[in-house]
Design a protein around this ligand. Structure first.
Ligand code: AGP
Length: 577
């Protein structure tokens, strides 16, 4: 994953790069570093850990110079240590690199660079020397990048800083990259957050494009080295609200924002995005089959969408993006709906790129505007949840669910959505003592089972993901009917089983009996049974039950003193395969 930033202008680069890295930290938080140039003097600082911690120790702002590049890492090649942290500098000191992505043929490139002494274990350092080698052969910059793009395999958003010419070379393939335009200053970032504080004008790199940036400005080229004119996008972003003292963690703050976020989306779906939802409705009505493509939490939201659409009589399936090429059968009458908070998940991009032209239509449902997935699709609906900082998706998942409820309503399902914002608000406020009680019961458990039926299945999968991701507890979310086909063997005295019961006479009640007979510790999430307070409504149950699940996983993680917003080994945006 990783996040990269760049700056070339008249101000001190380091504070601007640091600001960008803090915004990009959700992309990786193993280690970070910044390199600046001042009259050809190279300044580099890098360290291990969260950016604010490294900054407190190293003081990035003491790096002088009006040109520079920065990096925040999520390790793919090489351990998490100071040596493997970016930026990397060549021995000649002529070139510095920051890289987001994976160089797949790094072994082959390394063999070609026989006499080079590599310092780190990263694939990025090999790419750095490989590019320098091209320049040493006397190729022009454009020629060198052209050849580099031809020979290097894998995913890359790279910034090369040429310490001799004071130029930055920005190259993109598969990993995202944007250029921000200020007055006499140019910004670079893995996404627009990196520079949205400084400018609202951006150019998005498409695959195999590159730009050369100098104090004369910037020029864009395609993979053949031909200059191209790019469109400048003016963007507006729902500003991230700072975490205040009421919320110790972003995850909790973001759960509490849900009523407001759902309301914002609801207003938009009735006004500026009204045509879009009508277009999506028509696409659904006119297609033979609907395939949702997504990963993680967005996949679980898609499972819920397929439940709703199937009830309405449509042939709808949700496919995990990384398996799409193996199990997703697309023909001309298939409608593909890509669902992704970030709009950058590599598995989703990899799934939809090859089928873009062979399906009926390609639609995106994303939270981050102008993201790569959005730019690839013909119709885009924005879920408008605002920036989500915690690695765990909460408010974005709820907005995805709300969008599917609204869509189903448009398609004829009888759902009452009028009170939904108030209901979500009350749900969050009215259940806190019960959540704390259940969190105490569960905090030391090694395994938890969550069972659901119908829309409850999607919720069971989602709560189990959050228990693993945030609370570090092994959890299995499954269809309640499957319990008796094997998993029941694992249920013994005090095994916790969370049971999602959406209806008074829900058939899942017989599964409850089965686990109770084995002395399991049954925890009921239901408007009718157990101690949680949940509004009635079969269709909206999934939304309410998931929010309770989020709060529960949050409380457990808090009791265990875990790094809630940045769980180990994870990143917010997954731009690797
Ligand atoms: C959610 O809590 C997870 N962090 C993760 O599963 C995430 O939903 C997944 O990586 C997909 O991300 P996307 O929605 O940005 O595509």
């Amino acid at each position: 994953m990783c996040g990269i930033t760049g700056y070339l202008g008249y101000k001190q680069a380091a504070p601007i790069l640091l600001e960008g890295l803090k915004k990009l930290e959700y992309r990786g938080y193993d280690s970070a570093g910044i390199a600046t140039l001042e009259n050809h003097q190279i300044n580099i600082k890098k360290g291990v850990g969260a950016i604010s911690k490294i900054d407190a120790k190293l003081q990035f702002s003491k790096l002088h110079g009006t040109i520079g590049i920065g990096h925040t890492r999520w390790a793919t090649h090489g351990k998490v240590n100071q040596i493997n942290a970016h930026p990397h500098l060549t021995q000649s000191k002529n070139l510095i690199i920051v890289h987001n992505g994976i160089i797949e043929n790094f072994e082959e490139l390394k063999n070609k660079l026989n006499s080079v002494n590599l310092i780190s274990d990263t694939d990025s350092e090999i790419a750095l020397y490989y590019f320098e080698n091209k320049l040493n052969k006397g190729l022009t910059i454009k020629e060198a990048i052209k050849e580099f793009l031809k020979e290097v395999k894998g995913t890359l958003a790279i910034l090369f800083l040429n310490t001799q010419t004071n130029e930055i070379y920005a190259i993109k393939r598969d990993s995202p990259l944007a250029l921000g335009i200020g007055t006499n200053e140019i910004f670079l970032g893995s996404d627009i957050y990196a520079f949205s504080k400084f400018t609202h004008k951006a150019i998005f790199f498409e695959d195999n494009e590159f730009a050369i940036i100098s104090n004369k400005g910037f020029r864009f080229y395609n993979q053949n080295g031909l200059e191209i004119i790019k469109k400048i996008t003016k963007f507006n972003w729902v500003k991230e609200e700072k975490k205040n003292k009421n919320f110790e963690h972003y995850m909790l703050k973001e759960i509490y924002e849900e009523p407001k976020c759902i309301e914002r989306l609801s207003i938009s779906l009735n006004s500026d995005q009204k045509n879009k939802i009508q277009n999506l409705k028509n696409l659904i009505l006119n297609s033979k089959k609907i395939l949702f493509v997504a990963a993680g939490t967005s996949y679980h939201a898609s499972l819920y969408a397929t439940y709703l659409l199937t009830r309405l009589g449509f042939d709808a399936r949700a496919i995990i993006a990384s398996e799409f090429s193996n199990i997703g059968l697309v023909d001309k009458e298939t409608l593909i709906i890509a669902v992704s908070q970030s709009g950058e998940t590599m598995d989703v991009l990899d799934a939809i790129k090859p089928v873009k032209n062979s399906c009926y239509s390609l639609v995106s449902i994303v939270n981050v505007p102008h993201s790569s997935i959005e730019r690839l699709c013909f119709l885009n609906i924005n879920i408008l949840a605002g920036q989500e900082i915690a690695v765990a998706s909460t408010k974005t998942y709820s907005n995805e669910l709300y969008l599917f409820l609204k869509l189903s309503q448009e398609l004829g399902m009888k759902i009452n959505l009028e009170k939904i914002f108030d209901n979500v608000k009350e749900l969050i406020e009215n259940n806190s003592s019960q959540i704390k009680k259940v969190a105490q019961l569960l905090k030391n458990k090694k395994d938890i089972y969550i069972i659901g039926k119908g829309s409850g299945y999607a919720v069971a999968r989602e709560i189990s993901l959050k228990l693993k991701e945030v609370s570090y507890i092994h959890a299995e979310g499954m269809m309640s009917g499957e319990l008796k086909h094997g998993t029941l063997a694992l249920i013994e005295n005090k095994t916790p089983v969370i049971i999602l019961i959406s209806e008074k006479h829900d058939p899942i009640l017989s599964n409850l009996k089965e686990v109770e007979s084995r002395n399991a510790q049954a925890i009921l999430i239901s408007p009718y049974y157990g101690d949680f307070k949940i509004p009635e409504g079969k269709e909206t149950f999934a939304l309410y039950a998931s929010i309770l699940g989020f709060l529960l996983t949050y409380e457990i993680a808090k009791l265990k003193n875990l790094p809630i917003d940045k769980p180990r080994n994870l990143a917010k945006v997954v731009t690797v395969k």
